[in-house]
Design a protein around this ligand. Sequence first.
Ligand code: SF4
Length: 271
Amino acid sequence: MARKHEGPRQPLSQRRPKVAVGKKSAVPRVGRKATSVPAPKATAKPKLTPKPKRAPKAARRAAPDALVLYDQLQALYPDAHCELDFATPFQLLVATILSAQCTDRRVNMVTPVLFSRYPTVESLAHARQEDVEEIIKSTGFFRNKAKSIIAMAGALVDRHAQDVPSTLAELVTLPGVGRKTANVILGNAFDINEGVVVDTHVGRLAGRLGLTSETDPVKVEQELMKLFPQDRWTTLAHLLIFHGRRVCEAKKPRCSECTLATLCPSAGIGI
Ligand code: SF4
């Protein structure tokens, strides 16, 4: 039976949506007037213009023969060597710690002052940190570096009778010394080819030259150790560093001037 005052039911399409009390309407209200959203005009479908075809990529050259590459680099840089100045393993160890995030040239300006003020391991071990910081300030990260070289000298006094150890296992236990620094010391102060120094230049060039697809320095080192004979590991790093500093720079590799361009799978990435 129909209830009193109840009019005829509206068709569904004309009913107003119910809004729950206390809840916001999903439809935004502007003033009091209801606004009607104009229906989008039917637009003609734009004609699709065919995309210009890309020129096929030049076939990437295969990775060069490692030994051919090595010979070319050695012909190019017959005097490739460690560019940090040092007279003893201890001095090289200090210089290498200071060279993190800093140029060798800058380190070479600082170390003569440092070594004249602290000529022995023991004197550096007992240095005041603020005094060392003042001397090495221009190398960057000077607080951590000062702390490391003083602690490293202290560890040499305490555990190694002031001598720099000549094994990787012992070197990496010294404060501020990781695998890369240890490889620098072993290769350049002791002529021991224990590994390949993978710094920013070596990592970059190994990738560009197609010697590895790894980016993690430890993995890059493992790959390079497989490709090159052990007696060349130390010099290999110097050769790649020399080329990275002089031609295959990080931001502007000078491919047009590079004598390795005929071998390099990345030739043409730079100017
Ligand atoms: S050709 Fe270019 S990318 Fe390859 S090593 Fe030379 S400068 Fe570097």
